[in-house]
Ligand binder design. Structure first.
Ligand code: FAD
Length: 476
């Protein structure tokens, strides 16, 4: 009897535990992808993620075909579609790798029970994480809320780096069920705003490995220092590949261990540890989302539920300027334009643009999280929620609320020569370095007319943010 392999966010052949399990049975395998974005509501994939998904599915289809198999695409409710496929193919079991968003955990639980009720075998595996979120807890059996002890506990257990082998061929069924065309999913934008993304990304498993090899051959060795410099290619850019499961965290740990075993020097060793620690932040994000499933909408720190945000009618124009990269604060505008153009933004700049929105402009963090959700190719409910709640000071292990990033000082420190700003805000290219971070301090006539005046006074708005915090503390 054939096995249905239900693919979701595990679009890879290598280190794919559900696929490896299916192959070990020796039975024919029918790989299936079901497009059911409404089941992910209220966090159905945003526009940039849909773009990525289209190309990732196309790449995965090609990879399966090269292995003698196919990817059957279907549109419709997951359970009904799986049951129809069972009827059509005579499959006896359904296998998949787990996803961890609250709505999907609930859906999968329901599907597993329904399949078992009908006498079908249904089994799920872990392809996406080093540790299942329910297996890590503190001494009192509670989930962690602070990163360092969480990561220490993970490291003490031993970071898994065992990976499943990549199949060369996949046994095909004697008869394939019909599938939809990928175009039928309607994932690509109707107006072509995606050229910038197409120019800098290669979605799919091959693209993931190519990007990883590039990183391992260079930037990883100086990651500890260069990861904070947005003008340098100092980070791995693995995030969208990880999100779609084109590569898994165990493969990354294995690659780091291989370099360590080759005797990387002390500085490179520290960089490898720093890189693995960031993989740890991703694990922590999944841990938090699993244990606190309300946090994509609600602050983990309940005191922030009544935060005195500005009124939506008052901040509409500021929000639009932030989205379009026209706040008049160069580092923020550079970040927002990088995001719009490439679907990605450097981590340090993500913190800075988020801090400006939440603290200086006093716009709710959920509004910023939604914009990121729509525009990031790596939009991920766990990591996005952690990042926004961290910056807003209301999450686990968060930056204290009163820590307001100063984008001018941050720019001087991390983009001192202005490479990043000049790349993304080209109208400021001719401005001398000493005015680049704060063009409003330049003598009249130096700043081109098309670049806006700052929408907010950084000093005054910082004071207002701190006053709002005092008000909140006083009330609680
Ligand atoms: P690298 O520095 O090479 O790190 C390697 C991997 O570690 C990343 O691919 C990522 O999986 C993980 N990682 C690194 N930093 C973090 C972090 N702070 N939190 C969680 N995981 C991390 N990351 C997302 O993947 N999706 C998001 O939607 C997302 N939204 C964010 C929103 C805000 C406001 C902030 C401050 C951060 C957000 N991040 C998000 C985390 C981080 O910015 C990105 O993971 C990182 O920039 C991706 O680039 P990279 O792959 O080159 O990272």
């Amino acid at each position: 009897k054939p096995i249905l392999l239900w693919l979701r966010r595990d679009l890879r052949l290598a280190d794919n535990p559900a696929l490896a399990h299916a192959l070990r049975t020796g039975q024919p395998v029918i790989p299936v992808y079901i497009h059911a974005p409404e089941e992910e509501a209220p966090w159905s994939p945003g526009a940039a993620s849909r773009w990525w998904l289209h190309h990732s599915l196309a790449a995965f289809s090609r990879a399966l075909e090269a292995a003698g198999s196919r990817l059957i695409l279907r549109r419709g409710a997951s359970l009904e579609t799986l049951l129809r496929l069972v009827d059509e193919t005579g499959a006896g079991q359904v296998l998949w790798n787990r996803v961890y968003e609250p709505a999907l955990i609930e859906r999968d639980r329901r599907i597993k029970a329904a399949l078992k009720d009908r006498g079908l075998a249904a089994e799920s595996f872990n392809s996406a994480l080093l540790f299942e979120p329910w297996t890590v807890s503190n001494k009192s059996g509670e989930p962690y809320r602070v990163f360092t002890p969480f990561w220490k506990a993970c490291c003490a257990t031993g970071l898994p780096d065992d990976v499943e082998t990549t199949p060369e061929s996949i046994t095909a069924p004697t008869c394939w069920p019909d599938g939809d065309h990928l175009e039928f999913f309607d994932l690509l934008p109707r107006i072509p705003w995606d050229q910038g993304m197409a120019a800098c990304w290669q979605p799919g498993e091959d693209g993931a490995h190519r990007a990883l090899e590039h990183f391992l051959a260079g930037a990883v060795l100086t990651y500890k220092t260069d990861r904070d410099l947005p003008g340098q290619p100092g980070t791995s850019r693995m995030s969208p590949h990880l999100h779609f499961g084109e590569i898994g965290p165990r493969q990354l740990i294995r690659a780091c261990r291989r370099l360590q075993a080759q005797g990387a020097g002390a500085a490179a060793g520290a960089s490898l540890e720093a890189f693995m620690r960031e993989i740890g932040w991703r694990e922590f994000a999944f841990h938090l989302l699993f244990h606190f499933p309300h946090t994509p909408e609600q602050p983990l720190d309940e005191r922030f539920a009544d935060f005195p945000w500005r009124d939506a009618r008052d901040y509409a124009a500021d929000l639009e300027a932030w989205r379009r990269g026209r706040t008049g604060i160069p580092l923020v505008d550079a970040g927002m334009r990088e995001l719009w153009h490439t679907g990605w933004m450097h981590n340090r700049v993500r913190m800075i643009v988020a801090s400006l929105l939440v603290k200086n402009l006093r716009i709710p963090w959920q509004t910023g999280a939604r914009w990121f959700w729509d525009t990031l190719v790596d939009a991920d409910l766990a990591s996005n929620t952690l990042g926004w709640q961290w910056t807003a000071g209301c999450g686990a292990d968060a930056a204290p609320y009163f820590r307001v990033f100063n984008p001018v000082l941050q720019g001087e420190r991390f983009d001192g020569r202005g490479e990043y700003i000049r790349r993304w805000v080209p109208e400021l290219k001719p401005l001398p370095d000493r005015y680049l971070q704060a063009p409003w301090t330049a003598p009249a006539g130096l700043v081109p007319r098309e670049y806006p005046r700052p929408r907010v006074d950084l000093g005054e708005s910082r004071k207002a943010a701190l006053a709002a915090w005092e008000q909140l503390k006083g009330a609680s």
